[in-house]
Write a new protein. Structure first.
Length: 156
């Protein structure tokens, strides 16, 4: 089984902005759904995950109503209770480079919503070269955290 989780979505008029292209709020929803599916699939049985942090999301080109988009998700960072999922929007036919990419962090929680360790030991899958720039961006962003308006550094 491949470590990459693949999500597809037909862009409908309800997903569009006043220009007839994918609305930013809809982009965030699609990205979150793809990242959540990737993290749940990575953890497997016993997954009880919550979005902890949107590290980054970029949209590089407009997506028109009627277009089917494909988003690939892959875990790029793991600790005992936190993972960062990388997302790559597969280019449309005849285009080069992703139409979007992003990084979202998820935590495992217990039945009371408190942070806990993943139910089993997880390992990072091997990431191909298409994930390199996203991993480099993630490494920089993981060093920056803000708590109560103050910049703090360190791991989760």
């Amino acid at each position: 089984m491949s470590a990459v989780t693949i999500s597809h979505r037909l862009i409908l008029p309800v997903d569009a902005n006043h220009h007839g292209t994918l609305y930013a709020g809809s982009l965030l929803r699609l990205a979150l759904e793809a990242a959540y599916a990737t993290s749940a699939r990575t953890v497997g049985e016993g997954a009880n995950i919550l979005l902890r942090r949107v590290l980054n999301i970029e949209c590089y080109r407009p997506v028109n109503v009627g277009q089917v988009v494909e988003i690939h998700g892959l875990p790029l960072h793991l600790t005992r209770a936190y993972m960062v999922i990388g997302l790559l929007g597969v280019p449309a036919e005849g285009k080069s480079g992703p139409w979007m990419d992003g990084l979202m962090g998820f935590v495992q929680v217990d039945d009371k919503g408190r942070l806990c360790e993943f139910p089993r030991e997880l390992t990072l899958p091997k990431a191909g070269s298409e994930w390199t720039s996203l991993k480099e961006r993630m490494d920089k962003l993981l060093k920056i955290r803000v708590r109560n308006g103050k910049k703090v550094s360190g791991e989760w």
